[in-house]
Design a protein around this ligand. Structure first.
Ligand SMILES: *Cc1c(COP(=O)(O)O)cnc(C)c1O
Length: 415
């Protein structure tokens, strides 16, 4: 059986003679190209043009929210969400330690203090017991992140938030099309924030959106991104001003992004159904392999969004092999998987003085170990691959795991 043959890294034949390739991302569609040209010729490029309005409405409604406020990226959406909710200097905001650092940076933008809490070893999303323990009289908001292919426990988030009067912003950058107990991702907290950056599952190069069903919050969000103008007022035509002290920006996106996103939204349900099927297949194949598991995805709905498939190697012999060695072995067998996040407060780009943030409990052991060193991340486009590819991916992981003892001694010999 192939699983017990010598690893390619150690001189054997690779599991796949030719490297596996993921389907291309982002999708290129000629019909979308024609629509972009039509928009260009129309001259209606920005200022909440009809293409933007339609997309914002449809995207919000897809996730079960009444209002969509379309912006330039999924970092300023978080900033505007905090502004709209009145979070500012002196406030603390609870964020998971394992996320893209935008989640924490947005808190700095408004002058508040991020408080990092640990994640669960299963879903890799915020550990709500750790969040509860991190609450102080200054805590104003909490930002659960639905990371990779998992959803944070939104029941526990809302119970905790209601008990302490906290505002909830769902960071759904990874959870387009996500569903929790029949409710759309981003529609459960006060505001949901999404990113359309090129790697995301609905993508326009750059872009982001906030969704909410609260009309007062929708108005504050809209004004915050449109330099204070209310929705429906053209440039120069302000009839009313923003609420006192709302810091407003120009974070407007354009119709060009909306046209690209609109077409992708049409196919989203079908695409995430495929992702969902392949994730379940991968999970069942990994079940047979000692030492490996798939990130657990929280309460499963069908179909369920996913930004990535995350294979976790944290037990048995493979659980002791350094991450870089495993990654090299995977590449040698024909699988080039991507990088994973580590904890935000150790990220090279997060160069903040420790007085500007707080790490609950002093450290976040799960995020620092499993989250940082044991995750192998396959970007979502892999989940659109044919089933043979999913079988090959599992086969490669299986072969590497079966040879973990040899990798370990190879590692020891080479240090
Ligand atoms: C991508 C991402 C963001 C930020 O989105 P940008 O559009 O790149 O600014 C925020 N949070 C998470 C978890 C992300 O992955």
């Amino acid at each position: 059986m192939a699983a017990h043959e010598t690893l390619a890294l150690l001189g054997g034949n690779p599991f796949c003679a030719t490297k596996l390739v993921a389907p291309a991302w982002p999708p290129i569609n000629e019909g979308t190209g024609d629509k972009l040209k039509a928009l260009y010729m129309s001259g209606q490029w920005s200022f909440n043009c009809p293409a933007e309005q339609k997309f914002a409405r449809d995207y919000a409604s897809y996730h079960g929210a009444k209002h969509g406020i379309f912006m330039v990226n999924g970092t300023v959406t978080l900033e505007c969400a905090l502004l709209a909710l009145g979070v500012g200097a002196g406030d603390e905001v609870i964020v998971p330690a394992l996320t893209w650092m935008a989640t924490a940076m947005a808190v700095h933008y408004v002058g508040a203090t991020p408080v990092f809490v640990d994640v669960e070893p299963t879903t890799l999303c915020m550990d709500l017991a750790a969040a509860a323990a991190a609450i102080t009289p200054r805590t104003k908001a909490i930002i659960p992140v639905h990371i990779y292919g998992g959803m944070a426990d939104m029941d526990a988030v809302m119970t905790l938030a209601n008990k302490h009067g906290l505002k909830v912003i769902e960071d759904c950058a990874h959870m387009q099309g996500g569903v929790w107990d029949g409710r759309g991702a981003g529609s459960i907290g006060h505001i949901g924030s999404f990113s359309f950056q090129q790697s995301k599952t609905v993508a326009s190069g750059e872009g982001g959106i906030c969704i909410t069903s609260d009309p007062a919050l929708a108005e504050r969000l809209y004004r915050a991104k449109h330099i204070g103008y209310a929705e429906g007022t053209g440039q120069g035509g302000a009839k009313t001003g923003p609420p006192a002290d709302l810091v407003c920006h120009n974070y407007r996106a354009t119709g060009f992004q909306a046209v690209i996103l609109q077409d992708q939204l049409e196919g989203l349900r079908e695409r995430i159904s495929t992702y969902d099927r392949n994730l379940k297949l991968l999970a069942s194949l990994l079940d047979e392999i000692r030492g490996l598991r798939l990130q657990s995805r929280g309460r499963l709905a069908s179909p369920q969004g996913a930004y990535a498939a995350v294979v976790i190697a944290d037990s048995d012999t493979i659980g002791q092999v350094p991450k870089e060695t495993i990654a090299k072995a995977l590449v040698a067998e024909g699988l080039n998987q991507g990088g994973s996040y580590g904890v935000v407060y150790k990220h090279m780009l997060y160069n903040m003085n420790p007085s500007k943030y707080r790490i609950a409990n002093g450290r976040c052991p799960v995020a620092e170990t499993i989250g940082t060193d044991r995750c192998f991340v396959l970007a979502h486009q892999w989940l659109g691959a044919p089933q043979e590819t999913i079988h090959a991916i599992a086969g490669i992981f299986g072969k590497v795991a079966a040879n973990a003892d040899k990798l370990l001694s190879h590692q020891l010999a080479s240090v």
